[in-house]
Design a protein around this ligand. Structure first.
Ligand SMILES: Nc1ncnc2c1ncn2[C@@H]1O[C@H](COP(=O)(O)OP(=O)(O)O)[C@@H](O)[C@H]1O
Ligand SMILES: [Mg+2]
Length: 293
C-alpha cells in the first residue's frame, strides 16, 4: 500500500502553490475554562485584523460555537465525508467575517476512510486553504480521541487554564498525554478569568512548576484574559465580545492575543500545508479512536 505522503504527491498536490495556514487547536482539558469563548473571540479578533479565518467546531457540547454565535448549521463535516455535501456547502459565514466548519461528528470517521474518501477530504481542505490564513479549532473537554487528534495535528496548541485546581490538573494531564504519546512538545498557555496581571503570571508558574518537574517541554505564557462579565453577556447576546462590548477589558485582551498570534511565524515547508494537517488528523493512533466521546 502506498503511504499517505505518496498519495498526496501522486494526487498532483498543490505544494508550493498554496499559502501556508496557521492551524491552532484551542484546548485545555477541563470544561468551562473558556475554550469556546477563546476560540470564537480569537477567530473574530484575527478576522478584524484582516486575516482569513475559519473556525472548526470540534465540540458538540452544550455551549458550542454555533450556539455562541446564534447559528444553526444543517450539515457537518460528516456530510462531507459521506459525499453528501462539499466543504463549501457546510461552511457558514459569520457576520464577523470568518467562517465556521461544524465538525465534531465527522472526526472519528476520518480514521476509517478508504483511500478515495481520504483523498477527497484532503483535496476539499486544500481548496479551502487557498482562501485561508488561519484555521482555529475549538476542542471538547476531556482527553478524548478527538481532542488528541486535533491537538497533535495542529501546528500550535493553545492550552486555556483558569485558577482552579481541576483546571491545572486537567491541563497537566492533557499536556502529558500529548507529550508522551503524540510528540507534541510546545504549548502556548492562555490564563483565563484572571483578576490581575500578577494572577496570570502566578497561574502560569503553577502549571510550569508541575510540567517542568516531569516533562521535557516548552511551555510559553501566551497571555491573560481577565474575568469580565461582558464575556458572559456577549454569549447571551450570541456575539463575540469584541463586537458586543468593543471597549471591555476582555475585548482589549482578545485584541492583544490576536495581534500576538498574527506575529507567530508561519509554518515553513510542507508542514505549513493544510494537507499535512489533514494527514495528521487521519493518521491519529487507532487505539485512541475507540474512546471517542
Ligand atoms: N474571561 C471570562 N470572564 C468571564 N466569564 C468567562 C470568561 N471566560 C469564560 N467565561 C464564561 O465561562 C463559561 C464557560 O466558557 P466556555 O467558553 O463555554 O468554556 P469551555 O469551552 O472551556 O467549556 C461561559 O459562560 C463563559 O461566558
Ligand atoms: Mg466549549
Amino acid at each position: 500500500m502506498r503511504s499517505p505522503e505518496m498519495r498526496l504527491v501522486n494526487s498532483g498536490s498543490l505544494y508550493g502553490l498554496i499559502n501556508p495556514v496557521q492551524v491552532i487547536a484551542v484546548t485545555g482539558g477541563k470544561g468551562g475554562v473558556g475554550k469556546t469563548s477563546v476560540a470564537v473571540n480569537l477567530a473574530a479578533g484575527l478576522a478584524a485584523l484582516g486575516r482569513k479565518v475559519t473556525l472548526l467546531d470540534g465540540d458538540l457540547g452544550l455551549a458550542n460555537v454555533d450556539v455562541m454565535l446564534g447559528l444553526s448549521p444543517r450539515y457537518t463535516l460528516a456530510h462531507v465525508l459521506s459525499g453528501e455535501r462539499t466543504l463549501d456547502e457546510i461552511l457558514i459565514e459569520t457576520p464577523q467575517g470568518f467562517s465556521i466548519i461544524p465538525g465534531a461528528s465527522g472526526v472519528a470517521e476520518l480514521a476509517t476512510l478508504d483511500n478515495a474518501a481520504h483523498l477527497h477530504i484532503v483535496q476539499a481542505f486544500s481548496a479551502l486553504a487557498q482562501r485561508l490564513d488561519v484555521l482555529v479549532i475549538d476542542t471538547a473537554a476531556g482527553i478524548s480521541s478527538s481532542v488528541l487528534q486535533f491537538s497533535q495535528a495542529a501546528q500550535q496548541v493553545l492550552v486555556v487554564v483558569c485558577d482552579e485546581p481541576t483546571s491545572l490538573t486537567d491541563a497537566y494531564g492533557l499536556i502529558k498525554v500529548l507529550t508522551r504519546r503524540h510528540n507534541v512538545s510546545r504549548f502556548h498557555v492562555l490564563c483565563n478569568m484572571v483578576r490581575g496581571a500578577k494572577d496570570g503570571a502566578t497561574l502560569f508558574r503553577k502549571l510550569e512548576r508541575v510540567t517542568s518537574r516531569f516533562l521535557e517541554i516548552s511551555l510559553e505564557h501566551l497571555g491573560d484574559i481577565p474575568l469580565d462579565d461582558c464575556l458572559r453577556h456577549s454569549i447571551r447576546a450570541q456575539r463575540p465580545v469584541l463586537q458586543a462590548f468593543p471597549a471591555s477589558q476582555a475585548t482589549l485582551a482578545f485584541k492583544r492575543l490576536s495581534r500576538t498570534v498574527t506575529n507567530w511565524p508561519l509554518p515553513a515547508g510542507p508542514r505549513g500545508n493544510i494537507e499535512f494537517f489533514v494527514e495528521r488528523l487521519v493518521r491519529a493512533p487507532i487505539a485512541q479512536l475507540s474512546v471517542v466521546s
